[in-house]
Design a protein around this ligand. Structure first.
Ligand code: CTP
Length: 421
């Protein structure tokens, strides 16, 4: 059956590449209808898009003709996939906030069709905490956000933010249409899909899905160790870094199991989450999830638990405080390093305030893992939006600048992908 694409073109210099994308969509046998935003029209003309798509181009919410013929909501509903390309920082922010102030954003809010956003913007805009927050929000809303390319930009700067080549975007479109029910919630199929049109492989595994077919196991958040029915031992871990790594791994095409301690965070799209409370439960869930190709132990596991858990609330008795006897919890990471199903790449985290590299090297040897991601927690890292990390491997140490946690996650996943390749 012929597939229909609704292509929303935002206002950025990369809009010219949308013209080539339309050509590729048409060449693959699909139909395409274009919606051009007001700023998009500063970069490409409706005439070009109409000629290439062989369809009328829609630009305004207030077209009496369009309303009479099909209704603007119908426009997005009749498509099999809505593609926003280029998705500017402004358009992404509006989408994340549910703003509907023009035809493009109204369609995006009204649609129940899977949506793919292909961002393109200046590197600083891409790295800005606000944009990263919006991307995280969109991904947890089930929108597929394609990772931009890195390279020289039209503005003269260098870094991530470039629109991927039209052939790559076309491959992503084919992949989504192979398995729309899965991709609608952001999950990638681990099988290589086939183009619904010609039965050929839809696309070869590419650098946008470098972890396709790999199982990545991640722990995140704190553990709570009960003392009695109302009290527990805990720590300040928010789980944000571990959740961001899970999101980045899923985005890279991995099958992800996220064993999460008690945190108030939304499950990233395409991630299989197992909720646990205590270190013992976390250890069991980790072992149940094996085998895995990669394990990333981000959780701040409580080192101790109460020796015995009181069935009743412990009452104050006179002036003496209640005695609290502690027992050490098993080290889940060290246990995994010795396990017969040890993941091929085992990564631990370490929270350090001083002598970061030497402490982390000692931890690498002690725990028997392959890499340690050492957090410099001398500032407000615990629970904060940014992270400052050192990556310690057997071949040396890398120091990364302070970055938003989702960016740390993406770089770590890129490094893991390189290692597995
Ligand atoms: N870890 C674990 N099980 C534990 C304790 C820690 O799996 N019972 C893992 C964490 O998930 C993390 C790494 O081991 O990957 C952290 O090791 P840990 O020795 O707790 O280091 P720090 O938190 O840095 O603590 P310390 O300063 O006590 O060394």
């Amino acid at each position: 059956m012929t597939k229909h694409i609704l292509l929303i073109i935002g206002g950025g210099i990369a809009a010219y590449k949308a013209a080539e994308l339309i050509r590729l969509i048409r060449k693959s046998g699909m139909t395409v209808r274009c919606v051009l935003t007001e700023s998009g029209a500063q970069f490409v003309t409706p005439m070009t898009l109409a000629a290439l798509s062989e369809n009328e181009v829609h630009t305004t919410l207030w077209s009496l003709k369009d309303e009479a013929e099909m209704g603007h909501i119908q426009l997005s509903r009749e498509a099999d996939l809505v593609v926003v390309c280029p998705a500017t920082a402004n358009l992404l922010a509006k989408m994340a906030g549910g703003v509907a102030d023009d035809l493009a954003t109204t369609l995006l809010l009204a649609t129940d069709t899977p949506v793919m956003a292909v961002p393109a913007m200046n590197v600083r805009m891409w790295q800005h905490a606000a944009t990263q927050r919006n991307i995280e929000q969109l991904r947890s809303d089930g929108i597929t956000v394609i990772q931009p390319d890195e390279g020289a930009m039209a503005c003269g700067e260098y870094g991530p933010g470039r629109l991927p080549e039209p052939e790559t975007i076309m491959a992503e479109i084919s992949a989504m249409l192979v398995s729309p029910s899965l991709t609608a919630i952001g999950t990638q199929s681990t099988e290589l899909g086939h183009n619904p049109l010609d039965g050929q492989p839809a696309f070869a595994p590419d650098r946008h899905r470098p972890l396709r077919g790999k199982h990545v196991l991640i722990t995140a958040g704190p553990t709570h160790e009960p003392i009695d029915p109302v009290r527990y031992i805990a720590n300040r871990s928010s789980g944000r870094q571990g959740f961001a790594i899970a999101a980045a791994a899923a985005e890279a095409g991995a099958q992800v199991t996220l064993v999460a301690g008690p945190v108030h965070l939304t499950t990233p799209a395409g991630v299989m989450r197992v909720d646990v409370e205590t270190a013992l439960e976390m250890e069991q869930a980790v072992q149940d999830a094996l085998p895995a190709d990669v394990a990333i132990m981000v959780a701040a596991v409580a080192d101790w638990r109460a020796d015995s858990r009181s069935g009743q609330k412990i009452k104050k008795k006179g002036a003496a405080p209640a005695p609290l006897k502690l027992t050490e919890n098993p080290d889940i990471l060290a246990g995994l390093a010795q396990h017969e199903k040890r993941p091929g790449l085992l990564i631990g985290f370490a929270a350090e305030t001083e002598n970061i590299v030497s402490h982390a090297e000692a931890k690498l040897a002690k725990k028997g893992c392959d890499w340690i991601v050492a957090n410099d927690v001398s500032g407000d890292v615990m629970g904060g939006a940014d992270n400052s990390v050192h990556i310690i491997t057997r071949s040396g140490a890398e120091i990364w600048e302070r970055l938003p946690k989702p960016e740390v996650a993406r770089r770590l996943i890129a490094k893991i992908s390189e290692e597995l390749a």
